[in-house]
Design a protein around this ligand. Structure first.
Ligand code: LMR
Length: 394
C-alpha cells in the first residue's frame, strides 16, 4: 500500500528553517518562519512564562486526563483577554483549548462542516500559506477574496467589500484580527465596523484568525475587530494562539472560541466542539494552557508579561524603520516606506520570486518565495548586510 506515495515538497515556510540551518555562510540571515527573535537572534522563554512554568511544576499534582475542552481556567482567561473583562459576549461564547492556533483552525473547519458541509471558506488574497492546505485537507472548499493591493502595499478595502458582497449566508469569511500574515496590512477601526455591518447584512459567518494579539498596536487595540463583531453579530468563530504572544511555540497551545446567539445555543455548540475534539485528538495538551492560566491569574506575572510583549512589539516597530532607513540610504529605485506602516512580524518586501531566490542563493538571506519577510529576524548586526543584499538584487 505505501508504495503508492510520492514525497511531498518541503513546506514553503517550515522548509526554510531547515535550509537555513544547513547553510554554512556565517553571514546568513533568517527572515523565514514567523518566530520572534532578540537582537542576538535567540527565541528565549519569556521571563513571565519561565516563572509560571516553575510554579506549575512545583504545584502540579496529577497528569490525569484534562477533558476535551481543555483547561477551564485558561479558556476563561483567554476569552477575557480577547473580548475584555465584563464584555457581555462572554456569556454567549465557549472557548476550548486546542493544539496551537493551527489545531484551532482545524477544529474550526470541522465545526463548520458539522454546521454546513457545503460551506466555502473565503480567505484573504493572499493569506497564510497553510490556510489553504489546512482547509483543503479538512475537505472544505476554499476561495479567496481581494485584500492586499500590491501596487499600494496596503489593504484594498473597497475591493474587499465589493468581493464580499457576493458571499452567501452559510459561507465563512476568514479575516486576520491583526498583523495580517503575510502582508502586515490591517483593517483600521472604521473598516472593521463596515465589515461587521456587511457580515450582518449578508449573513455570512466570520472566522477571525487572531495569532498575534499584542504584536500590532497593543492587546486591546489588536482586539478591536473581534470586539466589534461581538457587538454586532449573533455568531462568529475565533481562533487564537499562545505561540507568539506567550512565546509558547512548541507547547502547542491555542484556542477556538465559538460565539453564539445565546447561552442555550452555546451549550449545544460546546457539546459539538468537544465531540469534534474527541474524534481528532481527544484532548488538547495541558502544559502551555496551565502556564498561560498562571500568568493571567497573577497580577504581577500579567504585568511582567505585558512589559515583555510591549518590548517585542516595540522592537519590531523599530526594526521596520531601521531597515527602511538603511534601504533608502542605499538606493532610490524603490520606496520601502510602506514597511513602517504595517504591523506584526511580516511584510512583503515587494520583490520577485527570482530576486528572493537570488537573496538566498547569493547572500544566504532566507524569506518566503512571496517575499514575505519576518522582520523580527533583523538585528543591528545583520541589517547592513541585509540592506546591501536587497539593494544588489533590486
Ligand atoms: C508563519 O507564518 O511563519 C508562522 O505562523 C509559523 C507557521 O506555522 O507557518
Amino acid at each position: 500500500m505505501f508504495e503508492s506515495l510520492q514525497a511531498v515538497p518541503a513546506d514553503p515556510i517550515l522548509g526554510l528553517s531547515i535550509a537555513y540551518k544547513n547553510d554554512e555562510n556565517p553571514s546568513k540571515v533568517d527572515l523565514g518562519v514567523g518566530v520572534y527573535k532578540t537582537e542576538t537572534g535567540e527565541t528565549p522563554i519569556l521571563k513571565s512564562v519561565a516563572l509560571a512554568q516553575r510554579q506549575r511544576i512545583e504545584t502540579e499534582t496529577t497528569k490525569t486526563y484534562i477533558g476535551s475542552a481543555g483547561d477551564a481556567g485558561f479558556n476563561d482567561k483567554l476569552a477575557k483577554l480577547v473580548f475584555g473583562e465584563g464584555n457581555p459576549v462572554l456569556a454567549r461564547q465557549c472557548t476550548v483549548s486546542t493544539p496551537g492556533g493551527t489545531g484551532a483552525l482545524r477544529m474550526a473547519a470541522e465545526f463548520i462542516k458539522r454546521c454546513n458541509p457545503g460551506a466555502t471558506i473565503w480567505v484573504t488574497d493572499p493569506t497564510w500559506a497553510n490556510h489553504n492546505a489546512l482547509f483543503n485537507a479538512a475537505g472544505i472548499q476554499v476561495k479567496s477574496y481581494r485584500y492586499f493591493d500590491k501596487d499600494n502595499s496596503s489593504v484594498d478595502f473597497a475591493g474587499m467589500m465589493d468581493a464580499l458582497q457576493s458571499v452567501p449566508k452559510g459561507d465563512v469569511v476568514l479575516l486576520h484580527a491583526c498583523c495580517h500574515n503575510p502582508s502586515g496590512a490591517d483593517l483600521n477601526q472604521a473598516q472593521w465596523l463596515a465589515f461587521a455591518e456587511l457580515a450582518k447584512e449578508k449573513g455570512f459567518t466570520p472566522l477571525i484568525d487572531m495569532a498575534y494579539q499584542g504584536f500590532g498596536d497593543g492587546l486591546d487595540e489588536d482586539a478591536f475587530g473581534p470586539r466589534t463583531l461581538a457587538a454586532t453579530l449573533p455568531e462568529f468563530l475565533l481562533t487564537t494562539s499562545g505561540s507568539k504572544n506567550f512565546g509558547l511555540y512548541r507547547e502547542r497551545i491555542g484556542a477556538l472560541t465559538l460565539v453564539g446567539e445565546n447561552s442555550t445555543r452555546v451549550a449545544i455548540l460546546s457539546s459539538v466542539i468537544q465531540n469534534v475534539a474527541r474524534c481528532i485528538y481527544s484532548m488538547p495538551p495541558a502544559h502551555g494552557a496551565a502556564i498561560i492560566d498562571i500568568v493571567l491569574g497573577s497580577t504581577e506575572l500579567t504585568e511582567l508579561w505585558k512589559t515583555e510583549l510591549a518590548e517585542m512589539r516595540g522592537r519590531i516597530h523599530e526594526l521596520r524603520s531601521l531597515l527602511v532607513d538603511k534601504l533608502h540610504a542605499r538606493q532610490d529605485k524603490k520606496d520601502f516606506s510602506f514597511i513602517t506602516k504595517q504591523y506584526g512580524m511580516f511584510s512583503f518586501l515587494g520583490i520577485s520570486k527570482e530576486q528572493v531566490h537570488r537573496l538566498k542563493d547569493e547572500f544566504s538571506v532566507y524569506m518566503v518565495d512571496s517575499s514575505r519577510m519576518n522582520v523580527a529576524g533583523i538585528n543591528h548586526s545583520n541589517v547592513d548586510y541585509l540592506a546591501d543584499a536587497i539593494t544588489k538584487v533590486l
